[in-house]
Ligand binder design. Structure first.
Ligand code: AMP
Ligand code: GLY
Length: 425
């Protein structure tokens, strides 16, 4: 069968790598892809902001299965558009994607279904805003309602700064687009867990848990990024906690969406805070995480395509995913200056030597091919990912591979996994 993957990052490289391993797959096409994906799949250009361009491409390619990586095409309704054309596609419809595309919708949905989340107020006017900010105790979390590429959450130390941040979201000063709604939220404390599940609209199948490092600096300091690294180990959650999250968060969400007439199929990514009162939902994403997917798929032993098809066909209850015990870790190599301004076009060397380290896979996030060479082409460049029987060994392998890789301005954090390693001591 022929599979089309939409997207161009490390997540899509990991998806292409895992999908290619399926015995049922004969061809993988990725649009637009990147320099690393081009080594294992046919890459074709497409504008991920254009529903029409993506639909035209899918019509021309007629894939047996389309897998959507990023949120933007889902928010535009790519799943609805391809299904209307009689194509099989893995992902939520535009209506179901609202769990990610509107934080106000997600919070109200969580409340309607008694799913644990931080106290909040959805505000659509200055008066509502003032009232909400007066009720909450600082620090106050202020969130843009819509998609904001990781820049839409501001943790404010005082009521005054919360009012300012919210006003800047309404005016468009902060994100470049004016928000119609802003969510004010209580600030939660605890460890964050990325809990991803496949959903077929009725049943969920959990993937292994992961923890990511969003801040650019070591010790989780400095500005937020798309993610500087992530690790996955079963030690993050014991089986009792996994069951609790399934029964109190993931399953009620999928059942609630079905009850409301917008069944959710695809990846339900629950961003959780493990608080003293138990796990609480910080946010939902409606797609595979990046870089979580790189670490998670390295541990998957089952056929990914079979699992995705089971989700599309409503047959996840018959599917048992098998995972490698132990751990995996993904360390992101970025361009100096990221998440601010950075330069691209620098040749990357040492990729072949790095790939020789046992258990290592290198997923490209922002690379391109130029004159027969792989060069940097983005803020996040590579996800050096390794699996092993322990987290310590997975990290050691990833950093050993990283030491082989060179390009002008390479930057990576040397402390990925530090929370888990500290806890163990
Ligand atoms: P979100 O885009 O909603 O996941 O938020 C991005 C990040 O902001 C999360 O991963 C958390 O680190 C942080 N965050 C979001 N909501 C809260 C909250 N209520 N309390 C504390 N931190 C939060
Ligand atoms: N790693 C966070 C995300 O995919 O949104």
């Amino acid at each position: 069968m022929k599979v089309l993957i939409l997207g161009s990052g490390g997540r899509e490289h990991a998806l292409a790598w895992a999908i290619k391993q399926s015995t049922r797959v004969t061809e993988v096409v990725c649009a637009p892809g990147n320099g690393g994906i081009a080594q294992i799949a046919r890459c074709v250009p497409v504008d991920l902001k254009s529903l029409e361009a993506m639909s035209r491409l899918a019509e021309a390619e007629r894939p047996d299965l389309t897998v959507v990586g990023p949120e933007l095409p889902l928010s535009l309704g790519i799943v609805d558009a391809l299904e209307e054309r009689g194509l099989r596609v893995f992902g939520p419809t535009r209506a179901a994607a609202m769990l990610e595309t509107s934080k106000g919708f997600a919070k109200q949905f969580l409340r309607r279904h008694n799913i644990p989340t931080a106290n909040y107020a959805v505000c659509s006017s200055a008066a509502e805003l003032q009232k909400a900010v007066d009720i909450f105790h600082p620090p106050i979390v202020v969130k843009a309602d819509g998609l904001a590429a990781g820049k839409g959450v501001i943790i404010c130390p005082s009521r005054h700064t919360a009012m300012e941040a919210a006003r800047d979201l309404f005016s468009g000063a902060l994100l470049g687009q004016a928000e119609q709604q802003v969510v004010i939220e209580e600030c939660l404390q605890g460890d964050e867990i990325s809990f991803l599940c496949l959903s077929d609209g009725t049943h969920v199948a959990p993937l292994v848990p992961a923890q990511d490092h969003k801040r650019v600096g070591e010790g989780d300091t400095g500005p937020n990024t798309g993610g500087m690294g992530v690790y996955s180990t079963d030690r993050l959650l014991d089986s009792g906690m996994t069951e609790w999250i399934l029964h109190h968060i993931a399953e009620p969400t999928v059942h609630g969406m079905a009850e409301e007439g917008t069944p959710f199929k695809g990846v339900l990514y629950c961003g959780l805070m493990m608080t003293a009162r138990g796990p609480q939902v910080l946010e939902f994403n409606v797609r595979f995480g990046d870089p979580e997917t790189q670490a998670i798929l390295l541990r998957l032993e089952s056929d990914l395509v079979e699992a995705l098809e089971a989700a599309i066909d409503g047959k996840l209850s018959d599917t048992q995913l098998r995972w490698m015990p132990g751990a995996s870790a993904c360390v992101v190599a970025s361009s100096a200056g990221y998440p601010g301004n950075y330069q691209t076009g620098f040749p990357i060397t040492g990729l072949a030597a790095a790939a020789q380290v046992p258990g290592v896979q290198i997923f490209h996030a922002g690379s391109a091919e130029a004159n027969g060479q792989i060069v940097t082409a983005g803020g996040r460049v590579l996800g050096v990912t390794a699996a092993a029987s322990s987290l310590e060994e997975a990290l050691a392998r990833a950093y050993q591979a990283m030491a082989e890789i060179h390009y002008n301005g390479i930057y990576f954090r040397r402390d990925i996994g530090h929370r888990a390693l500290k806890k163990k001591q």
